[in-house]
Structures are given as structure tokens and as C-alpha cells.
Design a binder for this molecule. Structure first.
Ligand SMILES: C[S@@+](CC[C@H](N)C(=O)[O-])C[C@H]1O[C@@H](n2cnc3c(N)ncnc32)[C@H](O)[C@@H]1O
Length: 306
């Protein structure tokens, strides 16, 4: 069937056409069929992801063709995210191990990390940072890699996710400055205070969860589901964060589409909604002073849902 296909570019094009025809959902690592296909084909051929375009005309051996087609078939038949098929994902310019123990890294917070959190942290001094709900460890490990002076803690409730995070700490060689901690949000972090807390917690509403495309079914539901309005975790984080921040501390949390529900629940809180290259992505920043000033309202809303 694929006898007419010969070159790397041929197979990239073929994969993209198959993905498009199958109506796959993109967005776990790449937002379109061509980029996904490129990644998959280059991975199967053991070639670098930034291969010079001239090699696109190189022809594949019969064995290589079989390896590429196997991966393309699996992506179409199983609807598995590419990162789980290849075992790797790129985040903030770094390569991470990725498998079904944790969500595929894709948070827009990568852009903030690569920009050194400028301008948000320009006037602030960071020594200790926390990545709460760390999953694969991607956010905290990238922070440690991009900011060599920071001490970073990674916390998650899932043993599976933490095992993967530990592998990624080793893979990125940041073990001297990064701790991996099992914790139900802040429960095991008593007495710890951070200059920066970053979190991409679960924030998918129940209604959204049941309608998610099959790609998401391969990810742990523990990393997605967050109650009727998607705010179960964000509200607990808002309520408890001030006890774990230095006086000048900053909290950055991703809530995605649940942004609207959060603003409706807490209209008096001055959330700074961060602008990314592609626009707003439901990521807010608050400093400790704002959290303390509105602590009563935040606690009341958080307590109301038990
Ligand atoms: C949306 S995923 C984010 C993972 C990672 N930060 C990323 O950006 O790819 C949310 C993570 O929260 C973790 N989680 C769920 N409930 C938690 C809890 N009560 N305390 C700590 N982590 C929790 C899940 O195990 C999952 O790894």
C-alpha cells in the first residue's frame, strides 16, 4: 500500500493525511497533523527533531518504512497521544520522558519559564519555588533548568506521577536542587515557604470530562477532573497558599476554561490574567498581599464546597 512512498517527506505527508482523515484530536504536544506526523516519523527513524530540511528527500529502507507505518497506524487506531507512543515530550525547550503515569506536558506556563517569568518577577528575588501538582515534573524541572539558582520542590498526590517526575529529575540532571514530595496539595508541606508557587492543577469540569476526545482517555483522570465547575483544586490552593509563601511571594495557577467561573465566584479578587503569545490561556498571577487581603472571601468560597 505504501510502495509509492519513498522519502522522509513522503512519510510525513502520508502520516498527516492519515491523521486528518481519521479526525484525530491534536493539542497534547503539537496542535496540527503535520507537526505530529513530523515528530512521529523522525522519532521512528532515530533522527533529531530539528533535522535539516535537506534530509527530507532521504529514502527509507523497507524496515524503516515498517517502523514508521506501525507508529502511524497506532496513532490512528488507538488515538494515543504522540508523546505516549514515543515516550517523550518537549516542554520549555527541554526533552522529558512521558508516559501514561502522568499527563502529557503542554502547559502554556512553559512560555513564562523560558522568558524567565519576565516581567512578572523582574522586581522579585526567588530562591525557593514550588511546582504543585507536578505530574511528570515538567514545570518544576524546567524552572530549575532555566534558573540555576533556584531550589525547587515538586509535589503531587500520585505515586505514579511522582515516579515519572523522579525519572525526569534524573534525566535533566537537576537532582541537587530539586526535591520530589508526595503531598495532597499543601498537606505534607507544613512549614515550607516559597517565593514562587506555580501550579497546573486538574481543572476540567465534569461536563467537559465526559465529552473529552479519546486522546484524553489515555491520561490519568486524576490529573484532569476537578468538580462541577473545574475549581475544586484551584480554590483549595488559593485558600492555603498564603501560609506557604514568603511576604513577597507570588502564586501562578492555570485554570484554563474555568477562568470565567473563578471570576464569577470571586469578583473582588484582582486576578492578573497573563497574556501569552497566543493570547490569554486561563493562567492567573496573584501576590501574597492580594491573597491575604481577600483571604476571608476565598476561604468562604473554598469551604462552601467542603
Ligand atoms: C493537570 S495535571 C498537571 C501535571 C503537570 N503539572 C503538567 O503541567 O503537565 C494535574 C496533576 O495534579 C495531580 N493531583 C491531583 N490531585 C492532587 C492533589 N490533591 N494534590 C496534589 N496533586 C494532585 C495529578 O496527579 C496530576 O499529576
Amino acid at each position: 500500500m505504501t510502495i509509492e512512498l519513498a522519502t522522509i517527506v513522503d512519510f510525513i505527508r502520508y502520516g498527516a493525511s492519515r491523521f486528518g482523515a481519521a479526525g484525530l484530536t491534536f493539542g497534547h504536544s503539537y496542535d496540527n497533523a503535520l507537526d505530529e506526523s513530523t515528530h512521529l516519523v523522525l522519532h521512528a527513524l532515530h533522527l533529531p527533531h530539528d533535522l535539516a530540511p535537506a534530509y527530507g528527500q532521504a529514502r527509507l529502507t523497507a524496515a524503516e518504512k515498517r517502523a514508521v507505518i506501525t507508529l502511524i497506524d497506532r496513532r490512528v487506531d488507538e488515538h494515543k497521544p504522540v508523546a505516549y507512543l514515543t515516550g517523550e515530550a518537549w516542554f520549555a525547550g527541554l526533552k522529558f520522558k512521558s508516559d501514561m503515569r502522568a499527563l502529557v506536558p503542554r502547559s502554556p506556563i512553559a512560555e513564562l519559564i523560558q522568558a524567565g517569568f519576565s516581567p512578572w518577577l523582574d522586581e522579585r528575588h526567588v530562591e525557593r519555588a514550588l511546582d504543585l501538582c507536578t505530574g511528570s515534573g515538567c514545570i518544576g524541572i524546567a524552572m530549575a533548568a532555566h534558573s540555576p539558582d533556584w531550589q525547587v520542590d515538586l509535589a503531587d498526590i500520585s505515586d505514579d506521577a511522582l515516579a515519572l517526575a523522579r525519572e525526569n529529575v534524573e534525566f535533566q540532571d537537576v537532582g541537587e536542587r530539586v526535591r520530589v514530595i508526595c503531598s495532597d496539595l499543601f498537606a505534607s508541606l507544613a512549614g515550607e515557604r516559597y517565593d514562587l508557587i506555580v501550579s497546573n492543577p486538574p481543572y476540567v469540569t465534569e461536563q467537559e470530562f465526559v465529552a473529552l476526545p479519546p486522546e484524553y482517555g489515555h491520561e490519568p483522570a486524576l490529573g484532569l477532573r476537578a468538580g462541577d465547575d473545574g475549581l475544586d483544586f484551584a480554590l483549595r490552593i488559593l485558600a492555603a497558599a498564603p501560609d506557604h509563601m514568603g511576604d513577597d511571594g507570588v502564586l501562578i495557577v492555570e485554570v484554563g476554561e474555568s477562568e470565567r467561573a473563578l471570576v464569577e465566584l470571586l469578583p473582588q479578587v484582582p486576578f492578573n490574567w497573563i497574556e501569552f503569545n497566543v493570547g490569554q490561556m486561563g493562567v492567573f498571577l496573584l501576590d501574597r498581599r492580594d491573597l491575604v487581603e481577600h483571604a476571608d472571601a476565598i476561604r468562604a468560597v473554598a469551604k462552601a464546597r467542603g
